[in-house]
Design a binder for this molecule. Structure first.
Ligand code: EPU
Length: 482
């Protein structure tokens, strides 16, 4: 396993381009299974999750190949298999996106239930409710969803749940309804840009979907979808992460290939915090363009709530928390989409910020400077948040289990390094631990003399006044995300 050593304190500057959206790429690849002939997807990021999805689709009889120019070509060559095995699905929850395409095209599907995960409960009851309404017979047997259908039939479906709609669930039901007989309406459909991207792809392939980007979709079923060429939208979560990287280091960064209209809530929140965000074409937010992020004044603590689109994405909640951890004053961060998505809070506490959990919220007392520590990444976005915290911290931060990052960010470390960050990837082995965090006994903690120095040394008053000891207990070893 690898870990990152981040040396904090560098102000990021320069320009960098944002990659294609992971969360569009994965359902788009699955949707290609519902099409006749070849689909070509452009700007698909080179990620572990994309490779896993390619393997899932390969196991279901699809040829998936990358051209030297990066384009991904997908084509069904064998329709006999309908089984998405646990060994693949457990590695990546988004493989559940094959359920709708399999049912619509092959009339049967056997897909392992993904199970729990570090960001909270991830049921798929809404996916199943939607597909059942279209006429599928579904049961869960020994951990697998087993679904069969004759030709699916259009229906009126309500897809709202306790935490809003479902992104991948809407994609699943939309693909299935596109090939159903008759008209389907989906109420409380997810409005996320990734769902719109999948819908636009399906329409280009011959589907008749109306209302994309709103909670009410009308879908006229068609007999056949045909593979097309499609460019994936830019990754709004990566864009937001890099914007926060600029802000947290007091930097001046120009991000290229951004769709500002996909991250309006994040831009507005950064402005409220005091960060300057300038669009190259402010009158055309729906255009792919450059966005400049710089800090010219002291930042303010704020409250923020992660909500379904167009609210602040839950996938940016952890990164915003890192930023607010570095802004003196009380901030409250709430997640209404995944109310338990706070594993990063206890790791940030290790870096010196006081954070208290209150149901779906974390209450932070930000400090003017975090202190580098050895922390553990628990999921993709938490990993990014800890890297950002490390960039702003005093001294060195070691982030372990960064394989999570490789699943969902294309070249994040290269991009940060190109902006001036000190990020080094090394094997997670005791001899690679930096001296400042070196272990005396093979464990990840400072030496006895360093701790004594911290107790009696000149930094005592400053650090105690900035850091509160009531913070949440730092976790030692968060469970693996599956
Ligand atoms: N939910 C249900 N029932 C369902 C489905 C979802 O109650 O059948 C609940 C979930 O428990 C959650 C909320 O509804 O509280 C939203 O879940 P959703 O189904 O929208 O999540 P998802 O489709 O499984 C996608 C992204 C996630 C992102 C969420 C929310 C992909 C591949 N994944 O997951 O991305 O956090 O939407 O926006 O698109 C990430 O990229 O790091 C990531 C976790």
């Amino acid at each position: 396993m690898d870990m990152f050593i981040v040396r904090g304190g560098e102000r990021l500057s320069g320009s960098v381009s944002v990659s294609g959206a992971k969360n569009s790429a994965l359902p788009l690849m699955a949707a290609a299974m519902a099409c006749e002939g070849e689909t070509t997807l452009y700007s698909i990021p080179d990620l572990v999750d994309v490779k896993t999805q390619s393997q899932v689709l390969g196991s279901l009889g699809m040829d998936v190949n990358r051209d030297p120019d990066g384009a991904l070509r997908l084509k069904t060559v064998d329709e006999t298999s309908c089984i998405a095995d646990y060994e693949l699905v457990r590695r990546m929850r988004a493989s559940v996106c094959v359920l709708g395409p399999l049912l619509a095209k092959r009339r049967m599907a056997c897909v392992s239930l993904p199970g729990g995960c570090n960001i909270g409960d991830r049921p798929i009851d809404l996916h199943l409710k939607g597909l059942s309404a279209l006429g599928a017979q579904i049961r869960v047997d020994r951990g697998y969803v087993i679904a069969r259908a004759d030709r699916l039939r259009g229906a009126n479906i309500f897809l709202g749940g306790a935490f809003g709609s479902t992104v991948t669930g809407t994609c699943n039901v939309m693909v299935a309804a596109a090939l159903a007989k008759g008209t389907t309406t989906i109420e409380s459909a997810a409005c996320e840009p990734e769902v719109v991207d999948v819908g636009n792809f399906l329409n280009a392939a011959g589907a008749k979907i109306d209302g994309l980007g709103t909670p009410f979709l009308t879908i006229e079923g068609v007999e056949q979808l045909n593979g097309v060429k499609h460019e994936v939208i830019p990754d709004r979560i990566e864009a937001a992460t890099l914007m926060i990287a600029a802000a947290i280091t007091g930097g001046d960064v120009c991000l290229k290939e951004v769709r500002p209209d996909h991250i309006t809530a994040v831009i507005e929140k950064l402005r409220e915090i005091g960060v300057t965000v300038q669009l190259a074409f402010p009158d055309q937010p729906a255009k792919k363009q450059s966005v400049t992020v710089r800090v010219t004044q002291p930042l303010r603590s704020v409250d923020c709530i992660a909500l379904p689109y167009p609210g602040i994405p839950t996938d940016v909640q952890a990164q915003l928390m890192s930023l607010l951890a570095c802004v003196p004053g009380i901030s409250i961060v709430t997640d209404k989409v995944f109310p338990d998505r706070f594993m990063h809070a206890s790791e940030l506490a290790r870096m010196g910020v006081n954070i208290r959990r209150e149901s779906a919220s974390a209450i932070l007392n930000g400090v003017s400077r975090l202190s580098g520590a050895c922390v553990m990444a628990s999921d993709l976005r938490a990993s990014a948040a800890l890297v950002l915290a490390g960039l702003a911290a005093e001294g060195e931060t070691v982030i372990r289990r960064i394989y999570h990052l490789d699943r969902g960010y294309e070249c994040l470390e290269e991009k940060l390094i190109s902006l001036g960050a000190h990020v080094e990837r090394v094997r997670d082995e005791p001899q690679n631990m930096p001296d400042s965090l070196k272990l005396t006994d093979g464990e990840s903690r400072p030496s006895y003399s360093e701790l004594l120095d911290a107790l009696t040394g000149p930094h005592w008053n400053q650090s105690v006044s900035q850091q509160n000891t009531e913070s949440v207990t730092a976790s030692q070893d968060p469970a693996d995300e599956d």
